[in-house]
Each structure stands twice: as structure tokens, then as C-alpha cells.
Design a protein around this ligand. Structure first.
Ligand SMILES: [Zn+2]
Length: 499
């Protein structure tokens, strides 16, 4: 590796998908095109100011004598496993951009870490191998979403991984900066990263993955104290993504040291020991819909109900009606719910604002997310569905697109936002840009578990995570796994007597 007068030539590349293997519908090439698919200069244009890891990478690289080579970034909304033809399309493009880039001194990668393709359970391991085969001897540093299910193969192909430390993920930009600095320090021979992965025997419930509260808070505090030790470059806690039936499913730790295997092993042991001693705390509360409805009246409003069974950011269809039916069943409770229903939007587009229309809404994707709500709704507005977010929010994206979207009101004072595309509830702009004022509601439903909190906590003084049925059920013991590692808590009891 020789730096010429213009500095190091560093590429930026990412394929980013969280794949839910329990959904029948597959993720297609169009889902990436409808999502966030950028090549070359368009990557810098989209992310340079964003609270996204690529924005952070660019910022740090720009402060150094570096030629930044943005290559490709492909992200689709979390969903079913990636279809073979879509996976092939991504790999062909990856090979093309890397084939044409010329000399590279280093690479910064942005995988999610929980991508599954039809033909490759460990799709991240696969595409990282393709990258490593093309550039066998340059340093490669990657970021990870803490919902990654990390394989040994992924770790073998990359010199160092750094995961975000927050859930909701509001530190993506600073983690991108950290990754870029680690790569520069490696290139400048200040450090020699050595990383080790330890897969845990604990899978953390999605309900307990909020990093600002216990038990995660204590785990992250331990990681922070270990990270302060001399020789440790980075510690990543992988909370894991439970909705993937793959061998890597579950929580894990990655420790990166300055070429010190023993130090890495010691830190991993301490982290896993903490996990084992506290594993019962990582199992959730599981509040039912009826319990949630009983909790609402005395709470400060609006109350945010988190629909855990229809967690769009975990890949679910976004048209579950269990909470909608429940809220329609109670009186004097002004509610807001967002439902994906392209057929209902098409029908509503034939009407004028103010019209009353009998409509079946939601519950149409499959038989796991409730039945449609039949109601004579009043059409309030039809909008194009694109909006922007400029604050640090989960996912770090700037541009969102719900497709054609209708706002309707039921006779029972429920406002329903009916969208064409599945939309993650990560931005309050989703409501504000169509003149929906959160403070006017008693209850706001967000189809997520932790991610919506960054956007909604500033306007919702009360939050209840509701254990609804669905493909992203918080009770993972309801799902059937064939490939996951065993024993794994909470599926099997953990024998902690030897520790
Ligand atoms: Zn995540």
C-alpha cells in the first residue's frame, strides 16, 4: 500500500437489508429501487448531511488526504428474504463498480448484517466474500446495525466491524466516523486491528432492546468500561434480529483490539458472563391489547401504542388491524393509525375530500394480521406521500415515500392514514407533512417496537409496547425455527451453574 500525492483511495459500498424469513412475500429488485438505491456521486449527494453511517464516513474522510470513491449503496425496507434474481442483480452491480474502480487502498462497507437471500442464508457473508476475493490484501472496515445476526464468515472477510450503540439508532453518523477513523489509522500503520466474534447463547427479546433503559443500559455501560481499556479499539453489542431462521440468529459480541487476541478473548468472556447472569431480565413484559386499553385512561396523552406484532422495521406487512379494531371498539378515544392498503387508496382516489365511502381497510396481506375494518369513512385528503426528515432518527434516512396516501376518518374518531407502500414509522414528518397534529390525539399507534421512539417520544408522554399477534410477535417462542443454534435462551433454559 503506497499513498500517492492525492492520498489514500478509499471506496464506500453498502448492501443493506434486514430479512424476515417468516414472511411469504419476498424482497425484489423493485423493493431496492423503491427504497434507497444509489451509485457513485448520488451516494454523497444523498448522505453527506444525513444521520447515516455513510454521512459520517464522508465527513471523516474529507478531513484527511483521501480520494473518496463512492461506489454503490442499496437498501430496501425490511421485508421477506431477497429473491434470487434481486440478489444476483445486487452482486452483478457490486462486481461492476469494484471492477471499474481501479486501485483501492481501503474500503468502508455498510452492511445491515441480517440479510438473507433465497439462495444464501448468510447473504452478508456472501457479498462480503465477493468483495474480499476482489481485494484480498487491503484493509476493510464495516459498520453494522445491532440487529445483525453475525456469522464467522462475515467477521473473517472484514478487518473490523463497529455496530451502532443505540436503539433507536440515532448514532449512525458517529459510528460511520469511527469506522472511517479506524480504517485511516490502519492505513497509516498506527494500529493493527484484530477482531473476534462471540455468538451468545441468549437471544434478547425485541421488547427489551431499548438501549436507554435497563437491562440494555447496564450491558452497554459494561461494554463502555471495557472499551476504555488500553488496546481495545471497539466493542460491539449485537442485539440480534430474532425474525430470521438462520444459524447465526441471536445476540453476539464483537471485540476489536490492537492486535491482541488475549485481550479480545477476555473482554468477550466478561460480556457473555454478564449476559448469562442477567439473562432473565432480557425477556419482555408482554402486555396484551386488553391490558393496554385498560392502562390508557389515566395516562398523559397522547399515548403511543407500539404494535409489536406488525413491526414494519422488522419486515411485517404494515396492515395489521388488531389495534385498529380494538380502538374502534372503545368510545371517547381519538386515535391515529397508519395502514398499508394500496387497493383502498385506489378506491379513495376516485372520491373528493369530504365524501363518505364504505371501505374495507387493512388485514389483506395474509391471514396473520387480523381482518379488514369495514367502516363508512370520511375522506380528508389524498396526498403524494413523499416527505423528508432532517433530524437524527432511527435508520438515518432523509427521503421517505409512502406512495399515494389517503387520510380518512371513521365515525368513531379514528384517523387512518392509508398508504400504498409499506412505510417505517421512523419520522414524525410522516404525520406533520399531511397536517396531522399528534397533540390532538389520545392514542397514536406506531407499527414498531423501539425504532419509532426517537420520533414519537418528544410528542407522546406515555408509551406502551403491545404484544399483538403477527409475524413480528414479541413472543418468539410462537415461531418455528429449524436452523437456529441450540441451546438458546429463551427457547431453552440456560445452564449457568458452571459460571
Ligand atoms: Zn436495527
Amino acid at each position: 500500500m503506497v499513498s500517492n500525492g492525492k492520498g489514500w483511495r478509499i471506496g464506500i459500498l453498502g448492501i443493506y437489508h434486514e430479512s424476515n424469513t417468516f414472511i411469504d412475500q419476498k424482497t425484489t429488485r423493485k423493493d431496492f429501487e423503491d427504497g434507497h438505491l444509489f451509485f457513485r456521486a448520488a451516494i454523497v449527494e444523498e448522505y453527506q448531511h444525513a444521520f447515516h453511517e455513510i454521512g459520517g464516513m464522508i465527513e471523516t474522510l474529507r478531513q484527511n488526504p483521501v480520494q473518496i470513491l463512492p461506489l454503490m449503496y442499496a437498501e430496501a425496507t425490511p421485508g421477506g428474504i431477497i429473491r434470487t434474481d434481486a440478489a444476483r442483480y445486487l452482486i452483478e452491480n457490486l462486481k461492476e463498480v469494484l471492477g471499474n474502480v481501479g486501485r483501492l487502498d481501503g474500503l468502508l462497507l455498510a452492511p445491515h448484517g441480517a440479510a438473507v437471500a433465497e439462495n444464501e442464508d448468510d447473504f452478508d457473508g456472501y457479498w462480503l466474500s465477493v468483495v474480499r476475493d476482489l481485494f484480498p490484501s487491503i484493509p476493510i472496515v464495516g459498520t453494522l446495525d445491532p440487529h445483525a445476526n453475525v456469522s464467522q464468515k462475515m467477521v473473517d472477510k472484514v478487518d473490523a466491524f463497529i455496530a451502532y450503540k443505540t436503539n433507536p439508532h440515532v448514532d449512525q453518523r458517529s459510528v460511520g466516523m469511527e469506522a472511517a477513523q479506524l480504517l485511516l489509522d490502519t492505513l497509516n500503520k498506527r494500529i493493527k486491528p484484530l477482531q473476534k466474534l462471540q455468538s451468545s447463547r441468549v437471544a434478547i427479546s425485541i421488547e427489551q432492546q431499548y438501549t436507554a433503559e435497563k437491562p440494555c443500559l447496564d450491558l452497554y455501560a459494561l461494554a463502555q468500561s471495557l472499551e476504555n481499556e488500553k488496546g481495545i479499539l471497539s466493542i460491539s453489542i449485537l442485539l440480534g434480529f430474532p425474525y430470521a431462521d438462520v444459524a447465526e440468529m441471536g445476540s453476539a459480541f464483537i471485540v476489536v483490539t490492537d492486535n491482541d487476541a488475549e485481550l479480545a478473548g477476555g473482554a468477550l468472556h466478561k460480556l457473555e458472563l454478564f449476559f448469562h447472569q442477567n439473562h432473565q431480565k432480557f425477556n419482555g413484559e408482554k402486555i396484551s391489547i386488553n391490558q393496554a386499553l385498560e392502562m390508557i385512561p389515566p395516562l398523559p396523552k397522547p399515548v403511543l401504542l407500539l404494535d409489536m406484532g406488525d413491526n414494519v422495521g422488522g419486515g411485517s406487512p404494515g396492515d395489521s388491524t388488531f389495534l385498529l379494531h380494538a380502538l374502534e371498539g372503545i368510545e371517547h378515544c381519538k386515535s391515529f393509525v397508519c395502514i398499508k392498503d394500496p387497493d383502498a387508496v385506489k378506491l379513495l382516489e376516485q372520491h373528493q375530500p369530504g365524501d363518505r365511502i364504505w371501505l374495507d381497510i387493512g388485514g389483506k396481506s395474509d391471514d396473520q394480521h387480523g381482518t379488514p375494518l369495514t367502516s363508512e369513512v370520511k375522506l380528508r385528503a389524498i396526498i403524494s406521500g413523499g416527505f423528508m426528515e432532517r433530524e437524527p432518527r432511527h435508520g438515518g434516512q432523509v427521503h421517505f415515500d409512502m406512495g399515494r396516501t389517503a387520510i380518512v376518518e371513521t365515525p368513531n374518531d379514528t384517523t387512518i392514514m392509508v398508504t400504498t407502500l409499506r412505510t417505517v414509522p421512523f419520522s414524525l414528518q410522516q404525520l406533520l407533512h399531511c397536517n396531522i397534529k399528534p397533540q390532538e390525539y389520545d392514542v397514536i399507534v406506531a407499527k414498531g417496537v423501539q425504532a419509532p421512539i426517537a420520533a414519537y417520544a418528544p410528542v407522546c408522554p406515555s408509551i406502551i409496547r403491545v404484544n399483538t399477534q403477527g409475524v413480528t410477535t414479541a413472543d418468539v417462542r410462537q415461531l418455528t425455527y429449524r436452523k437456529r443454534r441450540r441451546p438458546l435462551f429463551p427457547f431453552e433454559a440456560l445452564n449457568t451453574t458452571q459460571e
